[in-house]
Design a protein around this ligand. Structure first.
Ligand code: SF4
Length: 64
């Protein structure tokens, strides 16, 4: 499992790297749903809000 657990592959996750180069995740669902912490404690192994990325089967390209 990656250090972030489920968050590493969740579409709601926004990865943030601090000035000290530690990486954490800001959960996008926390904005609309108070059940989810803004900064979940990693690794997350179970989460009701987890959703795979949209177009998970498609290659990740740059969007302009
Ligand atoms: S919904 Fe769950 S798995 Fe997804 S980013 Fe938030 S805490 Fe992580």
């Amino acid at each position: 499992m990656t250090p972030a657990g489920l968050c590493a592959t969740c579409r709601h996750a926004n990865q943030v790297t601090s000035a000290k180069r530690s990486t954490f995740v800001r959960c996008g669902l926390s904005v609309t749903d108070p059940r989810f912490p803004k900064y979940p404690r990693l690794p997350v192994s179970r989460c009701e809000g987890f959703e795979p990325p949209t177009g998970a089967a498609a290659p990740q390209g740059h969007q302009t």
